[in-house]
Write a protein of this length. Sequence first.
Length: 121
Amino acid sequence: MALLRTLDKDHILDLDNEEGLILHGCGTILMMGCPISIHWTVKHIEDKVILTDFTKVISTNHESLYYTGLEIELSRNEYRNQILSFALKAKKYLINRVKKELLMNLIKKCMKSSGMSTISY
C-alpha cells in the first residue's frame, strides 16, 4: 500500500518513523515492526518522478546499506506503470497463494475425516 500511495504523493525517507516501501518480513510470528525493508524518497516534480536516498535495512538490529548518489528520474507515466505492474503481480501471487492454502486445508480436512494419512496418486 505504501508504494501505491507514492503514485501521487511525495514520500520522504524516514528510517526512524516509517515502514519501508517494500517490506521483507523477519520470519517471526508477529511481523509488525519488522525493520527489514527497502526505503527510498519519491519526489514528484511536474511530469517527472525522482527517486533518491535508497536504503536497505538488512537486519532486525537496523543495520542498513545506503546507496548514496543513486538517483533515478522517470516520467510519471513510466513510474505509475511500474508501480501498478508490481502491485498487480503481488496481488496475483497472494490470491494464488491463498487459493492454494485453502485447497490444501480442504484436502487435509477431507483426508482426516476419511481416515487417510497421505494422498495416493
